[in-house]
Design a protein around this ligand. Structure first.
Ligand code: MG
Ligand code: MG
Length: 263
């Protein structure tokens, strides 16, 4: 069942979304050569609590035999696609780093991610980042009343594949609200006109994960969390929490630069 949110619930999610967005913005500004992912995590955690939110990722139970997620953000460099545990990894010139933030605020979760180039990167890396961002924009544009979830996945897949990139299939976009992962799971590929019909008040975390090579993945046996491309190709990941409304898509985690903290 897809849970629809009331107007006032969406407004609450937007307030939380501003914290998520501003936190990601802060991380992107600080993702420079020489900084560790652990330092970025501490920065984010402090920021989230300071603004009345709670980091949603911390304490999420791990797969069997592995510890709960220990940090407030996911920080996934280069061929790591998602779920990287922040720590001693030090960013260097030419890296790409995917940063994912989930914030609980007043009972609701917003979930958003960005991929940052550290210093100068080669043109093919830049192309991957630009295309993944454009995939998210194309998907967002499909989030209109009467469209279907297959239209959203198709928008991502058709753009990425037309440019020769891989679309990760084993990780999905998802519903989001009082829980970080609500129904349904939404593949980042699909057939136009297929799947559930979009209705006002539905809220989804749309998150294309696109690679310079294969779409196959593997999970680290070392930590049970980090997920990599199986051919070690670079990956990019952008995500927004978006509501379907009568007036069109409402990007709840959009950062307009106007955030001044809790009023
Ligand atoms: Mg996320
Ligand atoms: Mg997500």
């Amino acid at each position: 069942m897809i849970i629809r949110k009331s107007k006032s619930e969406l407004e609450t999610m937007r307030e939380g979304g501003k914290i998520t967005a501003a936190c990601l913005n802060l991380l992107a500004e600080n993702a420079r050569a020489g900084v560790t992912t652990g330092e970025l995590d501490r920065l984010a955690e402090e920021f989230i609590y300071e603004h009345g939110g709670k980091p949603e990722f911390k304490g999420v139970p791990g797969p069997p035999g592995f510890a709960a997620f220990p940090a407030s953000i996911c920080a996934s460099p280069n061929s790591m696609i998602v779920h990287g545990i922040p720590g001693s990894y030090r960013l260097k010139e030419g890296d790409v780093i995917s940063l994912d933030v989930g914030v609980r605020y007043d009972g609701f979760v917003t979930d958003s991610a960005t991929t940052v180039a550290v210093g100068e990167v080669p043109p093919d890396t830049k192309g991957l980042l630009d295309t993944t961002q454009q995939c998210l924009a194309a998907a967002t544009d499909q989030m209109r009343v009467g469209k279907r979830l297959g239209d959203v996945g198709h928008a991502i897949q058709s753009l990425a594949e037309a440019r020769g990139y891989g679309v990760v299939r084993d990780l999905v976009s998802h519903g989001v609200g009082r829980k970080m992962h609500e129904d349904p799971q939404i593949p980042n590929y699909g057939r136009p006109g297929s799947g559930p019909r979009l209705l006002p008040g539905m809220t989804f975390a749309i998150e294309p994960m696109i690679t310079l090579g294969s779409y196959g993945i593997y999970v680290s046996e070392r930590d049970g969390w980090s997920i990599y491309t199986d051919d070690d190709s670079l990956a990019a990941h952008y995500e927004h929490t978006i509501a379907v409304t009568e007036d069109g898509p409402w990007v709840l985690t959009e950062f307009a630069g106007e955030f001044r903290g809790r009023s």
